[in-house]
Design a protein around this ligand. Sequence first.
Ligand code: NAD
Length: 463
Amino acid sequence: MTNKTSTAGKTILCIGAGYVGGPTMAMIAAKCPEHRVIVVDIDEKRIKAWLSDELPIYEPGLLELVRTCRNRNLFFSTDIAAGIRDADIIFVSVNTPTKTFGIGAGRAADLQYWEKTARQILDHAGSDKIVVEKSTLPVRTAEAMERILYSRKGTVRFDVLSNPEFLAEGTAVRDLEKPDRILVGGRETEDGRAAAKTLADIYAHWVPREKILTTNVWSSELSKLAANAFLAQRISSINSLSALCEATEADVSEISRAVGMDSRIGPKFLNASVGFGGSCFKKDILNLVYLCEHYGLKEVAEYWQAVLKINDYQGQRFVTNMVAQLFNTVAGKRIALFGFAFKADTGDTRESPAIHVARKLIAERAEVVISDPKALENAKRDLADLSGQVVFEPDPYAAAAGAHAIAVLTEWPQFRELDYGRIYRGMVQPAFVFDGRNLLDARALHKIGFNVHPIGRTPLSHL
Ligand SMILES: NC(=O)c1ccc[n+]([C@@H]2O[C@H](COP(=O)([O-])OP(=O)(O)OC[C@H]3O[C@@H](n4cnc5c(N)ncnc54)[C@H](O)[C@@H]3O)[C@@H](O)[C@H]2O)c1
């Protein structure tokens, strides 16, 4: 046995330097100066960026956090083999996107990066390792990992744990510093319990013990899918009601407030919007649906699938309404999209509803101009096939100049602070605001002269 279950300083490796791997390891390194933390990735450019002050992802407070421990006990590298060799604990935080081919295409998780990692660990591990699933995975993936790791005769021992990450982009540093809970799933054997304790001890450097839950591996894996499904379900629930509000002159913000004050329900995640995005919700629900179908649970699968159906419906409804209000044609009309990130305080655009809105408007031959404080580079990549048909403009005033309409698609607080009188004067009249986040003061905009179309509320129109 190595010292992997003792309390001595350990070498911790994280495979995958993305939105989860980078920030999570920076927090562990900052809070556990006695451990050496190495983050590796196959993507050289990403590693270079982690070594610079232009980090590959934007998160408030992340650069400051990284600077406190980089080159002290936090290191970034592309040498995966050496990382594996030296590590006591290996976090695997690679991407697990939805499969785009073959069996389960469009629904199941694509586990090719995951499996490759398992094989790399097997190839290079010369001593006992604790292997931690940090990525979000289908329930019972740890079993597959164990099978690969034990597929060769050898003396190296692997303990596979599940430790899903619950951070939210935009608040990653805060979430990592003060998590609602840490979940550690391990085998119910002596070795499994010892490995789970080793991992729990790391988090206990800064997380109160009562917030560190240990469960069996399968519960831990499924809890992550369940948490994301519940969160997305709340958004789809309020969004479904926003459509009813628009039909009945009820106000969805008032509904959210009244419903959210019920202590059994709570106020969070009840804001109606153009829909949820991000790399996780859709993929994790698809994964859940696929699992349910795999186990013959058709009704359960249909129940969760409906959460995605409402999300698509909400995005479509938003664009259909824009076109209808703009006199049934947007062809040749300049339309400014305020925000492209899937939420505020991130540059991440994966599955952003803005992608769908932009594409639909371009299909209607609108002249789309996109403004976002952090996401323009990703937006350019997302719409690369439409180059020449869309303009990227960091300055929202310039984006709105000469536009017929503004669509607010990300709740960046800075959009609230703009001088809408100035913006209005530069737009084609009648000027419209479609507020896909209910971010702006609709009455104030209406007073300026805008025709304002929020989500789930009566529009304020001059027409
Ligand atoms: N983004 C989030 O907010 C979030 C939150 C919780 C959980 N998760 C889960 O965490 C996992 C990672 O998500 P992410 O957003 O950090 O993904 P990401 O795409 O930002 O990062 C994954 C990284 O893994 C690297 N990688 C892939 N295969 C590799 C290999 N064989 N060796 C070394 N590096 C490899 C990729 O180059 C990439 O940099 C996913 O399962 C996701 O569902 C994400």
